[in-house]
Design a protein. Structure first.
Length: 304
């Protein structure tokens, strides 16, 4: 059965009018069990990613100042969260979940963190609700353990993973592929290995035709031993920040294209949920739940 990690119980305080949908994580955790997608014992608590692990990607200065609550007010504005010790705990657990899901994916073929995908985090700063770059840290862990050499990051959150692209710029072993809104945040893009920009209002047909065409070529170029998939819910038509018009069904087909492709070529895949800012948070949860459903139907035997 699909193994999942959830850091939903590690909540952190936010102002009442804050637009970050912290409640989606707990609802998602409840629903995956309620709907019988996984047994309760398949939803795991992630360990904290230790400081030295975070420093594989992030500068010692940034990590230390974040842990000690010494980021400037300008840095916190850029990040989008008020600092708290609970935010430190949550950030470590979210990275831990992606690391553990990645290790599980090496054994099971596929695994998922019901958090993570914080792709706007750079080596020396966080922005856009992203403290640490979980996928970058997990990539470095797997490489350091000698378990993979070449990694592809398939980032289908509607926003470009500028932090990820900056971290891996010039790294020939990490291929960053992103499809995102060309006119959406971040307004200053950082080039990745392959960037596909979508116009505002793009819908299922345009999006899925492009993905079907580009993804196989991306994976051929990347020749990865391992894939991280950022399955953002924010390309949905009901998203407050997305500016695209994908339907629920279109997003499920998107997930199937990525997951089936990895399965066909036998590449392990670790999934993170990334963003999702539905006008109704239930819609965002439903989209993430679809991803779990597609992933749970696609589990590969070890070594497939
Ligand atoms: Zn996003």
């Amino acid at each position: 059965m699909l193994r999942l990690w959830s850091s939903a119980r590690y909540v952190f305080p936010l102002p009442a009018d804050h637009r970050f949908p912290i409640e989606k994580y707990a609802r998602l955790r409840e629903r995956v069990v309620e709907e019988g997608l996984v047994a309760p014992e398949c939803v795991h608590e992630p360990a904290r990613a230790p400081l030295e692990t975070l420093r594989l990607v992030h500068t010692a200065d940034y990590v230390d100042r974040f842990f000690n609550g010494r980021l400037s007010s300008a840095e916190l504005r850029h990040l989008g969260f008020p600092w708290s010790s609970a935010l430190v705990e949550r950030s470590q657990r979210a990275v831990g979940g992606t690391i553990e899901a990645a290790r599980a994916a090496l054994e099971d073929g596929i695994a998922m963190n019901l958090a993570g995908g914080t792709h706007h985090a750079f080596a020396d700063h966080g922005e856009g609700f992203c403290v640490f770059n979980d996928v970058a840290v997990a990539t470095r862990i797997l490489q350091r353990e000698g378990r993979v050499r070449r990694v592809a990051i398939v980032d289908l959150d509607v926003h470009q993973g500028n932090g990820t692209n900056a971290i891996f710029a010039g790294d020939v072993d990490v291929f960053t592929f992103s499809m995102h809104g060309g006119r959406n945040y971040p307004f200053r893009k950082v080039a990745g290995s392959l960037d596909v920009e979508l116009a505002d209002g793009a819908g299922d047909d345009e999006y899925l035709t492009l993905l079907d065409d580009v993804l196989p070529r991306a994976l051929t170029r990347a020749e990865p031993d391992f894939v991280f998939y950022l399955a953002g819910a924010d390309p949905h038509e009901g998203d407050r920040l997305g500016r695209l018009r994908l339907t629920f069904d279109g997003l499920a087909r998107r997930d199937a294209i990525v997951i089936d492709r990895c399965r066909e070529v036998g590449i392990p895949v670790a999934i993170t949920i990334a963003g999702g800012y539905g006008r109704d948070v239930a819609d965002t949860v439903r989209i993430h739940l679809q991803t779990v459903r597609v992933a749970s139907g696609a589990r590969m035997p070890h070594g497939a």
